[in-house]
Design a protein around this ligand. Structure first.
Ligand SMILES: C[S@@+](CC[C@H](N)C(=O)[O-])C[C@H]1O[C@@H](n2cnc3c(N)ncnc32)[C@H](O)[C@@H]1O
Length: 389
């Protein structure tokens, strides 16, 4: 059965419900487009004629649908009323968001000769020696999600690039894929077809109603959101959850991950000495592309007033540079990673605090009055229980 998107979508600007475009509205939009009188909210003119889409309940904004993808970015909204059209030129995507979006649109989601995406080739260790470790870490996410439901939100889904990602929504009616990259959503559509809902949207302004998804994941993206908007992104992921639902966010401690700092200490020291002796400044190695990211530390998470209890467990403690440097078949790489995984399973909160990638897990409470984890109580102690399936 086709999902009724009007029951879950809302206008990302006015937060009003969205209605399907009526034949009368379509005729009017088509006429205004022909006369060159329609503008997007960022001031650019509308030239394409759209057959389908959604209009905000107050009739101010139109969001077209093309090839099953709903265009819901605030700066791309088509302005329908006179008053809003006078302020169109003020709304433009921020510099860092644009940098990340453009990167994924033009480079990150391009396929390499072997079929992998540039994103994975640049920032993942795809060698067979680490395959089992990667696979098992991916599946960790599944344990914390409700087993089944109507909607699983994948906030910044990309193209759903790893097979394990499909597991998360295997028992859900629909996976809602949200991304700012059109290319990502086209690839995701190829992968999921009618089992997906595809929204070109910003995770800091989710175009979804409150309490409408059973579970949400956001993997390797929140740290690409501008530093001062990450709190908002996490709160949005909580807002759209149904009571009783769970969100899992895979985050990174960046260059501050204590275990990785220790592991790389000899190399950092050697580089500093090398640079001193040669009187050269330290530079990051060429090769991998660079795009904006900002990894907040644990103190930042502890200092915010979250409307939910936030648990931190390990997703994976080894960074990609660590794997590439230390893990090799001839150095007993497979048994070494099996041991690391075993330790992570025994000490999930400790590894989440000290390793490279924590999983941030939060649930929406069923009823008001239920005790929330106290503000800042992140990194629940090892003996704390979570509901796992
Ligand atoms: C590192 S990729 C991760 C993709 C996917 N979650 C994965 O793990 O393979 C980051 C993705 O986030 C998207 N993205 C970045 N900022 C976003 C935002 N503010 N709203 C929605 N998507 C965003 C990018 O277009 C890109 O597809």
């Amino acid at each position: 059965m086709e999902p009724d998107l009007t029951s879950i979508l809302r206008c990302p600007i006015s937060q009003q419900p969205l209605r399907r475009l009526s034949p009368e509205q379509q005729t009017r939009i088509s006429r205004l487009t022909g006369e060159g009188r329609l503008r997007h909210r960022d001031g650019t003119g509308v030239t394409e004629r759209y057959e389908a889409g959604f209009v905000s309940e107050d009739g101010r904004y139109f969001y077209p649908v093309v090839d099953d993808i709903v265009f819901l970015l605030p700066d791309g909204a088509i302005v329908l009323d006179e008053a809003s059209s006078r302020s169109v030129h003020h709304e433009r995507i921020g510099h860092f968001k644009k940098e990340v979006r453009d990167f994924y649109e033009k480079i990150g989601w391009q396929r390499q000769a072997d079929g992998t995406f540039t994103d994975a080739a640049s920032w993942e260790d795809l060698r067979p020696v680490s395959a089992q470790y990667r696979h098992r870490c991916h599946l960790r996410v599944t344990r914390h999600l409700p087993a089944s439901g109507r909607y699983l939100l994948d906030a910044a889904s990309g193209p759903i690039q790893y097979d394990e990602y499909l597991e998360y929504s295997a028992q859900y009616d629909r996976r809602i894929c949200v991304d700012v990259s059109l290319r990502a959503l086209r690839e995701a559509h190829r992968r999921l077809g009618r089992r997906g809902v595809y929204l070109l949207a910003d995770i800091t302004h989710l175009p979804l109603r409150d309490d409408c998804v059973d579970a949400a994941v956001s993997l390797h993206t929140v740290y690409h959101v501008p530093a001062d908007e990450q709190e908002r992104a996490l709160n949005e992921l909580h807002r759209v959850l149904k009571p009783g639902g769970t969100t899992v966010v895979v985050y990174s401690w960046g260059s501050g991950a204590p275990l990785m700092r220790v592991a790389f200490f000899p190399f950092r020291l050697a580089r500093i000495l090398h640079n001193l002796l040669r009187r050269r400044s330290s530079r990051s190695p060429a090769g991998a592309p660079t795009i904006y990211f900002h990894c907040h530390d644990r103190a930042w998470f502890a200092s915010r007033s979250w409307p939910f209890g936030l648990e931190m467990r390990t997703w994976r403690s080894c960074s990609v540079p660590f794997l590439r440097l230390y893990v090799h078949r001839w150095l007993l790489g497979r048994p070494l990673l099996a041991l690391v995984y075993w330790l992570e399973e025994r000490l999930p909160h400790w590894a989440g605090r000290l390793g490279q990638y924590p999983m941030l897990i939060f649930r929406k409470h069923e009823a008001l009055g239920e005790t929330l984890t106290p503000v800042g109580a992140i990194g629940t102690p090892e003996h704390a229980q979570t509901t796992e399936r």
